[in-house]
Design a protein around this ligand. Structure first.
Ligand SMILES: [Zn+2]
Length: 353
């Protein structure tokens, strides 16, 4: 068995917590989902040994964003069942602190932390979170992984979908096993699935809004599918819609803005609420996204996946109206100022034939 003790004397300097098998996990899992977070306190890596003599290895992660509870609840539910699989299963529970400090599942990441899904594979691990990412990746890299899945929620209305950073045929099959909508997204954003993509099929599953029973159920069924999949050849044969991520839209950092309401002297931009209904659909050219005061300059900044500015292609201001100038498919369009600041307003994708 592995020589690393499953629960060493934990100090604040340990980057993450490690368990081998169910023995020491069981008493922790007896509590509520929230109790488990308090007991773990920090990122947690778990290995559930497989039943085969020479098991393959699969990996699942959740809670890289502390406010996204669906995948976490699915993973904890799965662990409570106490099952073993033909393969070794490795589990990462990500930003445990952000999930239980200052309210339950209240923060994607805490003030003073980085986004835990932007700290993977960076050259110089200058921060604690980057060192943690490096340490976990060192372990994963040695495992001969067969497949990896990372479970997330969105902050706006979106269909359930799967993201492949590297759309190999195996990755598309794995994605297609868990969602009928697939987003090809060459992020270069230092996400966990990006660093695993050269090693094995690696897919993020997006389970709609957090804190909703039906979305927890979807996360649980996607996880169950991942664990029961005998091979990737049997996966993802059904119809699927494939989109490719192309542009990213942010509100310029100096612009003060709100969703809904009227323009006041404290606001430089009011965005219309409810636009998230268009996610993975179509916003037609000429649609008004929001309002700016007379004389204000373009408050949005658009860049393509290589970082080149493309704002003029998609937006214009006309008599204080912020207008879309080309038909676009928005994805992950959010409805909160905080999420707009912490990630972006939305992305533009294109349906692939
Ligand atoms: Zn997320």
């Amino acid at each position: 068995m592995h020589g690393i003790p499953s629960r060493p004397m934990l100090t604040d300097l340990d980057l993450y917590l490690r368990f081998d098998g169910y023995d020491e996990l069981k008493p922790i899992l007896a509590g509520t989902d929230e109790d488990v977070l308090v007991a773990l306190r920090k990122p947690t890596l778990i290995r559930i040994p497989g039943t085969e003599t020479h098991p393959t290895v699969r990996f699942v992660s959740c809670l890289l964003h502390g406010n996204e509870d669906s995948g976490y609840r699915a993973v904890i539910g799965m662990l409570r069942n106490g099952d073993h699989y033909p393969f070794d299963l490795w589990v990462l529970i990500g930003n445990v602190r952000a999930a239980h400090q200052e309210g339950w599942f209240a923060h994607r990441y805490l003030d003073g932390q980085e986004d835990f899904n932007r700290t993977w594979g960076l050259a110089a691990p200058t921060t604690r979170m980057r060192r943690c990412s490096d340490a976990v990746f060192e372990v994963l890299r040695e495992l001969d992984l067969e497949a990896a899945v990372d479970i997330h929620n969105n902050t706006g209305l979106n269909p359930y979908y799967a993201i492949t950073p590297d759309p190999t045929e195996d990755a598309l099959r794995l994605a297609g096993a868990m969602a009928d909508t697939i987003l090809r997204w060459p992020m270069r954003a230092h996400t966990l699935m990006e660093v695993l993509s050269p090693i094995c099929p690696a897919v993020s599953v997006e389970c709609g809004l957090p804190a909703l029973e039906e979305n927890h159920a979807y996360a649980a069924s996607a996880l169950r599918r991942f664990l029961r999949l005998a091979s990737f050849e049997e996966a993802g044969a059904g119809p699927r819609r494939v989109f490719e991520m192309q542009h990213r839209i942010v509100v310029r950092p100096e612009v003060r803005f709100a969703f809904g309401g009227v323009l006041t002297e404290d606001l430089d931009l009011v965005l219309h609420p409810g636009m998230d209904h268009y996610n993975f659909g179509m916003v037609l050219a000429g649609t008004e996204l929001g309002l700016v005061p007379p004389g204000a300059a373009m408050p949005l900044l658009v860049t393509d996946m290589r970082g080149r500015e493309t704002t003029d292609r998609f937006f214009e201001l006309h008599d204080g109206s912020l207008i879309v100038t080309e038909d676009v498919t928005p994805v992950m369009l959010t409805t909160t100022v905080q999420q707009t600041r912490r990630d972006c307003f939305f992305y533009i994708a294109r349906r692939r034939a």
